[in-house]
Design a protein around this ligand. Structure first.
Ligand code: GDP
Ligand code: IMO
Ligand code: MG
Length: 436
């Protein structure tokens, strides 16, 4: 059945969105990215081969599927060309089946220089960004001095825009950050080299999606990052610079909210975070090393070791509400296989609440810094046997079923998909979103 489905992260990214998008794409005609840039790293394992996608949607491996990069994204032309070449080396030819919105914003080398310089200067107050220039590129978009894909159409005007931007950035880089200025020629040449290719991929995205949905095609919207990294709803300021939550789908592609049939939130059965910021259920003992090794928890974009911790149901419930989630997909169940005990944070206790968030004794809002918040855990027994690669719920060990049922009871929305390994087929489907 044709459907319009959103697949997004409920945590701090890296929930396994890419694998699930790739898995569900067999039912889709279009896969669309609506926000973020090459800060994302979505890992697909196809026929034993690992492919990490940064800007190109995770449906690209499938023939006859159109991948779209929407207006809400920021695109690094240099990284995009690299990604296309990587795919071509793997016998995937994306040029004719990837469309780009003319209104997507470009990430240029001065954004990257600024991101890195700022993080360095912030020192212990740094965000721990991916260093890909995401923040400055989005700032330019909002301040209306950004360069958009359609600007590649007019190289003379582009020269003026780049010079104007470089005046602004180089003044700060040299005088405030004490860094080297960015060279105009390098910036312009990088863009000029990619202009023809990018322009050949430009399409009227809102119109294509409108017609697609009207003609009963199936569309998947693929989130990057996760709910807790959302610029508005995340653990600010330790967030990314876009709306990774469901609202970003509409603003970032040009479809209206009534077109969205089903919204799937992807959640690991534990949690990870790269970069800095609060992480209430973080573990520091041998469990961290266990998650790191068994879950292979190194960042797909920067290679940084991910911080790890227990599943936080309070935050998961927040993600369910903010995104109007239809259902959940739980990933990495197999990573819990060897644990004797598994903890879930089911509630928070608040101590010494700052008066600004307290009205009498009621909490006015959940503090995004999570300061003075103490997690309340429920401990469940581990199953101590392998779930790796299982494709049928009934074949799961009894205690694994109990664990999943307990999560379902707490979150009160269906768990439709469970992932038991990194490969496409290592998946349990309880309800196929395209078939309900
Ligand atoms: P994304 O950014 O949400 O697409 O996630 P990443 O690709 O950055 O990180 C998820 C990692 O977990 C990747 O290495 C995947 O190959 C891997 N992965 C996804 N699902 C599973 C699973 O169910 N079990 C295991 N063991 N690994 C998984
Ligand atoms: P996917 O799509 C995990 C994190 C960075 C940093 C913060 C801000 O693979 O889930 P930025 O470079 O965006 O300004 O960094 O956001 N971050 C991610 N963490 N997965 C991602 O993407 C991320 N994209 C950004 O580590 O903490
Ligand atoms: Mg990732």
């Amino acid at each position: 059945m044709n459907k319009t489905i959103v697949i997004l992260g409920t945590q701090w990214g890296d929930e396994g969105k890419g694998k699930i998008v790739d898995f569900l794409t067999k039912n889709a005609d279009f896969v669309v990215r609506y926000q973020g840039g090459n800060n994302a790293g979505h890992t697909l394992i196809v026929n034993g081969k690992k492919i990490i996608l940064h800007q190109i949607p995770s449906g690209v491996i499938h023939d006859d599927v159109i991948s779209i990069i929407g207006n809400g994204t920021v695109i690094s032309p240099v990284a995009l060309i690299k990604e296309i070449h990587m795919l071509e080396k793997n016998n995937i030819f994306p040029k004719d089946k990837v469309y780009i919105s003319p209104f997507a914003s470009l990430i240029l080398n001065y954004h990257i220089a600024m991101d890195i310089a700022r993080e360095k200067k912030l020192n212990s107050a740094a965000i721990g960004t991916t260093g890909k220039g995401i923040g400055p590129a989005y700032e330019d978009k909002v301040s209306r001095m950004g360069i958009k894909v359609y600007d590649l159409n007019n190289l003379n005007l582009l020269k003026i825009k780049i010079k104007r931007a470089l005046n602004y950035y180089n003044y700060q880089l040299v005088n405030f950050y004490k860094q080297k200025p960015v060279d105009y020629k390098t910036t312009f040449n990088e863009l000029a080299e990619s202009a023809d290719l990018m322009l050949s991929m430009v399409k009227d995205v809102p119109e294509i999606l409108y017609q697609a949905i009207r003609n009963k095609n199936s569309v998947i919207f693929e989130g990057a990052q996760g709910t807790l990294l959302d610029i508005d709803h995340g653990t600010y300021p330790y967030v990314t610079s876009s709306n990774s939550t469901v609202g970003g789908v509409c603003t970032g592609t040009g479809v209206g909210p009534k077109s969205l049939d089903y919204i799937l939130g992807v959640s690991k059965v534990y949690m990870t975070r790269v970069g800095l910021g609060p992480f209430l259920t973080e573990v520091f003992d041998e469990t961290d090393n266990y998650f790191f090794l068994k879950g292979n928890e190194s960042g797909s974009t920067t290679g940084r070791r991910r911080r790890t911790g227990w599943l936080d149901i309070v935050l998961l419930k927040k993600a369910i509400k903010i995104n109007s989630l239809t259902a959940l997909c739980l990933t990495k169940l197999d990573v819990l296989d060897e644990l004797k005990e598994i903890k879930i944070c089911i509630d928070y206790k608040i101590s010494n609440i700052n008066s600004s968030i307290k009205n009498n004794n009621t909490l006015l809002f959940l503090p995004n810094t999570l300061e003075n918040v103490i997690p309340v855990y429920e401990t469940l027994p581990g199953w101590n046997s392998s779930t790796a690669g299982l494709t049928n719920f009934d074949s799961l060990p009894l205690l694994a079923k109990k664990y999943i049922n307990r999560i379902q009871e707490l979150v009160k929305i269906p768990i439709d998909i469970i992932s038991t390994g990194p490969s496409r087929n290592e998946t349990i489907v309880l309800r196929n979103p395209f078939k309900i």
